[in-house]
Design a protein around this ligand. Sequence first.
Ligand SMILES: Nc1nc2c(c(=O)[nH]1)N[C@H]1C(S)=C(S)[C@@H](COP(=O)(O)O)O[C@H]1N2
Ligand SMILES: [Mo]
Length: 416
Amino acid sequence: MTTTSDGSRRRFLRQTAAIGATFGGVVATRDALAQESPLVVPPWTKTPGLPLSEGNYGMPSPFEKNVVRRGRKDYRMPGSGSIMTPHGNLRGTITPSGLVFERSHGGVPEVDPAQHRLVIHGLVRQPLIFTMDDIVRFPSVSKIHFLECSGNTSQGWMNRPATVQLSHGLLSSCEWTGVMLSTILDEAGVAPNASWLIAEGADSAGLNRSIPIAKCLEDTMLVYAQNGEALRPENGYPLRLLLPGWEGNMSIKWVRRLRLASEPAMTRWETAMYTESMPDGTARQFTFVMEAKSVITDPAPERPLRAHGFMEIRGIAWSGNGRIKRVDVSTDGGRNWRQAELHDPVLNRALTRFTLPWQWKGEPALIMSRAMDETGYVQPTHRQLVAVRGTANRYHYNAIQPWQIAGDGKVTNVFA
Ligand SMILES: Nc1nc2c(c(=O)[nH]1)N[C@H]1C(S)=C(S)[C@@H](COP(=O)(O)O)O[C@H]1N2
Ligand SMILES: [Mo]
């Protein structure tokens, strides 16, 4: 599954050693270096630093102050917006909690965990009401999964957003801790004729969605912690659903009600909102799964190329249908493909990092990545996707993302 290129790594190391002897454009001999250290003593070495962070919540270096969520606020409903993860500035598979994307339809409620309640009712043996203390007492699990809005990359149907943050930022990945929904359902006793669960949030949007019971029993979680700490308010504090691999809007935040039913509720979210217009005039409904996708995050518009020679193409791939099996990368607009290296851990319904060594000599290049998941599904090109689904859609765009690299190293988002 993995391809390594030791040859190119050795070449890279040789090159680095050569650059290491170059300062201010002058190549120093080894003797000259021995006499005069190129390291100047900077001001921060000469005096004691800032006080330690006792009583503070740790923040990134001030030099990283531009690495923040950005997006669109206050559309359609007060407090509604989409604030995106800066994938062009991240390097791992876990999104730091302060950079997790945020999609809320009615603002962020300030929920007091002591007053919050979760109700289970409908087609159950025993309706139940839980406090947060009750929820946390149940056997717990921690799992790493991505969370992706069905509107992620959806501008791709018609437009080319300027950055990878704006094109792919409605996607994050966390370690989620909570209780399996199946555990709680077991406690209430699901009636044999219950085939749907209608979940509802406690925010002013009251977002509610119908979830097939099979998904509830398979891997859906009731989550109270992300990346080891309590959920952030914007991500559903104190309690949310998490449906691994399924469109983000079903992972109800601030969840307060679970009603078991024999039919889907046909809420406005699943009739007027999260449906997709097809070219023949019909609409797709209940398109739950986020299909395989990948994107190169380095180089990207936020990360232009700055030097000729060795570089590593880096990116992330994920699939709502399971593990990523393979990622191919092209540097010539899709004519030739090379298999990228996948980096451990390659987890189910989680972001997987891939890399490919590349020599860039300053030529214009069109680079792109193509993911394949363990079901054998291959990420489509824009043309293939549009041929089947048209362009009247707002959701579930998962085409290959091309980046155009110019001779000066600038990277732009293009159709290809
Ligand atoms: N109660 C409630 N749950 C919600 C939403 C909401 O507005 N209210 N937004 C949904 C949408 S559209 C998405 S994509 C995800 C986003 O989760 P996040 O904000 O934690 O990234 O939450 C979903 N759950
Ligand atoms: Mo969403």
